[in-house]
Write a protein that binds this ligand. Structure first.
Ligand code: ADP
Ligand code: MG
Length: 353
């Protein structure tokens, strides 16, 4: 007997007869929790959602909601009897109904089921779609269609909501605002949700847990902080693309040596024998800028991110190292200039492979 709200145990996710993601297990502990699944295009994210919704069978393991089996080798509850709502990635509004009618279809499905239902006006307001209510799907933009689909899914208040890249067509400038609103609605109404996205920042913001799917596997299922700072594999590091791996030798239980950076001290997440040759993860936040340092590297690129810069530095061994600097740093270093790195180098948690 398990007490998790939702659970997937050892499931192979398939398209037809082909296994796309193998032997997946993860759980959502509490009703109302939001989790995000991240992975490259074509890896099988949509397949996972379709299977949870009951549109694809499984022949190994089980999928359980509120302690009840939805899918297993023997059981396959019909999609309409799962109280699971899937909002497709592509525009799935009915073309012959206007936006308002499309959204209200969701309310009809929800009739009498929930004590506290989501208010239509409030939802329209939150998603800023009041101007398009009387328009037909072909008369609205892709971003508006996504927001309308989102409204329709939310208003059904299912036991489990599955959102497939719900904001991929929403304008960048509007995205953060919608993410905030979405999070607020899901929290207010305690809607348990699995969100598929390929935007890692969206996943880190919305999810209390993030699952990273790579090479036919759920590689890591963890807190956003851990996924970023304590990636469990080289694959996860490369996928998130927010750091590099440099060769280093372990010289003591609290230090390593790299040819370009010299001595690096810190706490190893996983112990390695002294003398081990490892790959050390360096993330942009790990190194600190210091004009007075004699450890200097050439600037080859600088990305302005508003609140910060990410400098790319080239070491004598041609390694490219990213370094984060707050954007109020008084002087900016141009490409081809030298850029100082503060010594001694201390990294709070050392991640090596
Ligand atoms: P994602 O959502 O991560 O981009 P999908 O789950 O849509 O990936 O697809 C996973 C893999 O299955 C892809 O290689 C895709 O080409 C294949 N696939 C998906 N749907 C079908 C289908 N109906 N017929 C054949 N192959 C499919
Ligand atoms: Mg997909």
């Amino acid at each position: 007997m398990n007490n998790n709200f939702f659970e997937i145990n050892n499931v192979d996710f398939k398209v037809g007869n082909k296994v796309k993601v193998k032997n997946v297990s993860f759980s959502i502990q509490n009703e109302g929790d939001i989790i995000c699944l991240l992975g490259p295009s074509g890896i099988g994210k949509t397949t996972i959602l379709r299977t949870i919704a009951g549109l694809q069978n499984i022949d190994k393991g089980s999928i359980e909601l509120r302690g009840k089996t939805l899918s297993s080798k023997k059981i396959n509850i019909e999609p309409e009897n799962r109280n699971v709502s899937l909002a497709f990635q592509e525009n799935s509004l009915f073309p012959h109904y206007d936006v308002k009618k499309n959204i209200l279809l969701g309310t009809e499905r929800n009739k009498g089921k929930k004590k506290q239902s989501i208010n239509f006006e409030e939802l329209i307001d939150l998603l800023d779609i009041s101007q398009i209510l009387n328009k037909y799907p072909h008369e609205i933009s892709a971003g508006e269609a996504q927001r309308a689909s989102l409204a329709r899914s939310l208003i059904t208040q299912p036991d489990l909501l599955l959102l497939d890249e719900p904001l991929s067509n929403v304008d960048q400038s509007f995205k953060e605002e919608i993410q905030e609103k979405l999070k607020k609605i899901l929290n207010n109404f305690k809607i348990t949700t699995i969100i598929v996205t390929h935007d890692s920042y969206e996943a880190f913001y919305l999810g209390s847990k993030c699952g990273i799917i790579l090479n036919q596997e759920l590689k890591q299922f963890d807190d956003p902080y851990n996924v970023y700072h304590l990636p469990n594999s080289v694959d996860v590091v490369n996928f998130l693309n927010r750091g590099i791996l440099i060769p280093a030798e372990v010289t003591s239980p609290k230090s390593l040596e790299n040819i370009d950076l010299g001595t690096i001290t810190g706490n190893f997440i996983k112990p390695f024998p002294i003398g081990s040759k490892v790959k050390l993860l360096i993330q942009p936040e790990d190194l600190h800028h210091d004009d007075a340092s004699n450890l200097k590297f050439e600037v080859i690129d600088r990305k302005f991110r508003g609140t910060n810069f990410i400098y790319t530095l080239k070491t004598p061994t041609n390694t490219l190292i990213p370094v984060f600097v707050h954007s109020h740093h008084i002087h900016q270093h141009e490409v081809d200039e030298k850029f100082g790195i503060k010594r001694p180098i201390h990294i709070d948690h050392i991640v090596c492979f």
